[in-house]
Design a protein. Sequence first.
Length: 316
Amino acid sequence: EMSFERSLLLSLHLIAGVASLDCPPGSFIDGQESCIQCEEGKFSKTFDATACRKCPPGTESLTQGATTCSDCQPGSFSGWGSSQCESCGLNTYSDHPKAILCSICPTGKYAKNSGSTTCDSEEPYCELGFSTEMTELHGDPICLCPEGYIPEEETICIYDPEFYTDGTPEQAQCAPIPYFEIQCVAPPNNCPAGTSYNSLANKCAKCRAGKFSPGGTAKCSRCTAGSFSRPNRYSNIGASACTLCPAGTSSYPRRRSYSPTGSTGCSACAPGKYAPAGSKDCKECPRDTYSRAAQERCAACPRGKYSAQTGSTACA
């Protein structure tokens, strides 16, 4: 339905003797008295427009014959003369509509996906064992017009004809858009404690049970005799150090009984034996001493009682 203002304007043109219907909004009149629709990225919102205007930065027009431009939504932007909004790139964001460029994420925060409205600091950008290398780059320049001006050419601004009728053209203020390129690097000697470099997977992997890594090493080392690493209350897989066996226990191997290195746990000493903390094996109690199970040292026999053999569990 035609508005009152448009009906009045049409009547005035008919009275003035205009031969044909004037060009509606979304088009412009060329020198041959014909109407041409505005192309994508441009618009006109008045009758008889002599030209279509470019959409201002921060807006877009995706169709021909547009009468207005739509604002870019958060997570996107549009620059000089863009026909559509573009998603913010990696590690950049926009948290408001009508953005003319995306902001760079602050130090220590990242945006892993394009079109981000915020930067996330809870999850590191790189996987475990990878270090972050950032390189500052500069993209295409963005040009802005002073207040009251609109873009006419790539770097020229003119007075907005909707508000002003005259004015000297001004040079647009242009500046390159900085952004950062982030790469994840995992050199063999840069893995954190409890991990080693896996060249096949190109990442740092946790040390297996019975091994450890203090960090900065290319491979995990086996725990020495009398110590262990395994997932329990003493140590976890991915250990940065091996844990000494508690008093009254000795380390036992993961597979072979004759190799106590690379142990995944400690076993309690049997009655008649003892082991100080960090022991490789349980030792038999000397003569005239005895022990019950899991003892750090052997007890001397009471007065008047003896144990004639080593490894005694009681005195007689």
